[in-house]
Design a protein around this ligand. Sequence first.
Ligand code: ZN
Ligand code: ZN
Length: 145
Amino acid sequence: MKQRKPMPKIATTTEENISGLGQRQTRQRDAILQVLHSANGPLPVPEIHARALELRDKLGIATVYRTLKLLQENGTIQAVTLPSGETCYQGEPHAHHDHFQCRKCNQVFDLDVCPLRLKSGTELPGGFVVQDHQMLLYGLCPACV
Ligand SMILES: [Zn+2]
Ligand SMILES: [Zn+2]
């Protein structure tokens, strides 16, 4: 697995702290959340950055990385790591769902159906007890078929 991009280091300001966000950060966070909630699947960071810039100018990529990490840590959003090593983010973690990546346009979509009927608590050979799963299927999205 490829290594994740290191978090860009940014200058620390007085309004920055781990537990809370300043006013400016709150607006930036809201723009990022709006982007994630209007997406139809997990988005890679550069895409989140580009879309958030349309809502709010002067939003640095470092801020996007930092905000996403913060939101992930407090459980507001979910990270999905693709086999390519790229980390995508999605809005509020809702009920179980799997993902589909288009091999042509590379977009990742949320699937409404779960292709794997495997109940939580199922015991697999070897004594592994399943709690949940997350699948990434590949193929062509409706726009690329
Ligand atoms: Zn596609
Ligand atoms: Zn599933």
